[in-house]
Write a protein that binds this ligand. Structure first.
Ligand code: SF4
Ligand code: SF4
Ligand code: FES
Length: 354
């Protein structure tokens, strides 16, 4: 048994300020944090509000921040947390308003989930068979990658800095779910789904991978966002600043081995955008940053070789449809390639990282 200093965030509606309550408990190192919180609630302070249900990492309802990291309380043992910080500090999840103590209002999280239309969108050209299943081949199912494992715990949403900084960002879980439908060959909404997120959400992701680190089910939402960016570039092309930035970044860097920032700004934003960025450019130059075109570096061919290797990702557009509109099972894979319909380009603006 070890002694555990536990600090728990407390807030009650109507109170202007929040506080931390400190408790001293004894437990084995393998004891889950949720067990400690329930011990506090059952034996010390029955007013502590904490959300949970399954206690087996299935329902996703017990997520809190443990020593600053968004985690499932029911599957996080106390020992490693004590070793990390010599005490255990529990906060409610971030990016959602606190209702009471450790319970947050998950409406912002679920609003974003519903915004991506988390259901199959009928494809009039390929109607699903009525009254029967629409089986998929194992290869088609494998395109979902780890996304079906998601338990909607919102740990990734809580960990994501982009969610906190921009309301337009749909967040890692919603985008991972969108990916799941984007690669589903029975779905008819690929293009409109990508259009929905290309202008804003995709390019607001900072690629920090904190969502990947936080996810208790290894769904890897940040990696699916990268896949969506690639799909959007393949399907919609360079229709807005984020896509242009990503596509031109590669060729820009391969020209000399160093980034030609002036060229990249022009390619991504156009003349109007560059003019709007002039104050920033002047500030950068005042601080010694050169915006001149760089000279080719020694070893440029090695940089180009790396990019050639990176430019051969798996084909995410491997979406197959049968000519009849019926999705055939693994034993009858007479499938024809699916090509997204061409649609007029729309003007769009935005910015972000590749
Ligand atoms: S990688 Fe993107 S989605 Fe994931 S936490 Fe970072 S900013 Fe958020
Ligand atoms: S992607 Fe992972 S962290 Fe995010 S809601 Fe789903 S299970 Fe939770
Ligand atoms: S209580 Fe269900 S996931 Fe923790």
């Amino acid at each position: 048994m070890v002694r555990i200093p536990l600090e728990v965030f407390r807030y009650a509606p109507g109170n202007a300020s929040s506080r931390y309550d400190r408790f001293e408990l004894e437990a084995e190192e393998h004891t889950p944090i949720l067990t400690l919180l329930l011990k506090v609630r059952d034996e010390i302070d029955p007013s502590l509000a904490v959300r949970y249900s399954c206690r087996q990492a299935i329902c996703g309802s017990c997520a809190v921040r443990i020593n600053g990291k968004s985690r499932l309380a029911c599957r996080t043992p106390v020992g490693p947390e004590l070793a990390r910080r010599s005490k255990v500090v529990i906060d409610p999840m971030a990016n959602q308003p606190v209702l009471r103590d450790l319970v947050v209002d998950q409406k912002p999280f679920w609003d974003r989930y519903h915004a991506i239309r988390p259901h199959l969108i009928p494809d009039p050209a390929h109607p699903l068979p009525e009254g029967r299943e629409s089986p998929m081949t194992p290869e088609q199912v494998s395109q979902f990658k780890e996304t079906p494992r998601c338990i909607a715990c919102a740990s990734c949403y809580s960990a994501c800095p982009a969610v906190g900084s921009d309301e337009a960002f749909l967040g890692p879980m919603a985008l991972a779910k969108l990916y799941r439908f984007a690669v589903d060959p029975r779905d008819g909404g690929l293009r409109s789904r990508l259009e929905q997120v290309q202008n804003q959400s995709l390019w607001l992701c900072l690629r920090c991978n904190l969502c990947v680190e936080a996810c208790p089910k290894d769904v890897r939402p940040g990696e699916r966002i990268v896949d969506l960016k690639r799909m959007a570039n393949q399907t919609l092309g360079e229709r807005e600043a984020g896509s242009r930035h990503a596509i031109r970044f590669s060729s820009n860097l391969q020209a000399s081995g160093l980034l030609n920032e002036r060229r990249l700004a022009m390619d991504s934003l156009g003349m109007g955008g560059v003019i709007r960025q002039l104050p920033k450019a002047i500030t950068m130059m005042r601080h010694g940053r050169s915006l001149r075109a760089p000279s080719p570096i020694a070893g440029l061919s090695e940089v180009q070789a790396i990019y050639r290797a990176l430019d051969r990702p798996e084909d995410l557009m491997h979406r197959e449809r049968p000519p009849s509109g019926e999705i055939k099972g693994p034993r009858a894979p007479t499938l024809a390639p699916h090509a997204p319909k061409a649609e007029p380009e729309a003007a769009a603006a935005g910015g972000g990282k590749p």
